[in-house]
Design a protein around this ligand. Structure first.
Ligand code: Z5A
Ligand code: MG
Length: 211
């Protein structure tokens, strides 16, 4: 089934401090400057009911079993699926800062089974492109000390990076690996070029689901 003019779903992924928020903002500004209706989102969305639990978990003010917080992160995405579908079908392009792959990477890095981690993501809307900002975790230390949140530790971030690398290999048809060591401007030029091309290709394409 084909659809009319729809927006594209662009996702940014990568470890802490790799530049996702910086690049999400620049891509949104770029697309808007081209007259493309664009909306920015990020996960976790900390305002919703699940988001508030996630926020207190990340700031270390509550403890939950690994399985429970994993399912909360996934539920947080499911909470927004109707909105995402509606916006895309209305022709709005969405730029999303972290998505299902962060969910899998951070929990699998704790040692939980990869397939178990991925299972609750099945059925969510599949991105048209994932921009994976990749670099060795110790390169990111020069961007300031890790903060106080639960996962902001070098050794853990290295494990997270290994899972992202694995997903990037598996999902190479729509993942774009970008060298996050380049300057902000260089990265933006690379990403905006890919996004502009894909933006034109999604017209008439149905929305796909993560399988
Ligand atoms: N999490 C999870 O466990 N499960 C899930 O399902 C999801 C998330 C969705 C909160 O994430 C935590 O939730 C996260 C994963 C977990 N835990 N950790 N760690 P968040 O998205 O709220 O926060 P974050 O992404 O971890 O961190 P961040 O600080 O927002 O990083 P960033 O957005 O990638 O980077 P940035 O803010 O764009 O840039 C960081 C700094 O580097 C800043 O000073 C920039 O000016 C600088 N920068 C950016 N680009 C460059 C370049 N190219 N060169 C030099 N300096 C740069
Ligand atoms: Mg960020």
């Amino acid at each position: 089934m084909s659809v009319g003019k729809r927006g594209a779903l662009f996702v940014f992924e990568g470890c802490d401090r790799c530049g996702k928020t910086t690049q999400s903002r620049l891509l949104a500004e770029f697309l808007k400057s081209k007259g493309i209706p664009t909306l920015s989102m990020n996960f976790p969305e900390r305002e919703s009911s699940t988001g508030q639990v996630i926020n207190s978990y990340l700031t270390n003010s509550n403890d939950l079993p690994d399985e429970v917080i994993h399912l909360m992160f996934s539920a947080n995405r499911w909470e927004y699926m109707n909105k995402i579908r509606k916006e895309l079908l209305a022709g709005t392009t969405l730029i999303v800062d972290r998505y299902s792959y962060s969910g899998v990477a951070y929990t699998a890095a704790k040692g939980l089974d990869f397939d178990w981690c991925y299972a609750p993501e099945r059925g969510l809307i599949k991105p048209d492109a994932v921009f994976y900002l990749k670099t060795a975790s110790d390169n990111l230390l020069s961007r300031g000390k890790y903060g106080e949140e639960r996962y902001e530790k070098l050794e853990f971030q290295q494990k997270v990076a290994e899972v992202f690398n694995r997903i990037c290999e598996q999902e190479s048809s729509y993942w774009h690996q970008i060298d996050a060591n380049q300057s902000v401007a260089e990265i933006h030029t690379q990403i905006s070029g890919i996004a502009e091309k894909l933006q034109q290709q999604v017209d008439g394409q149905p929305l796909n689901k993560l399988a």
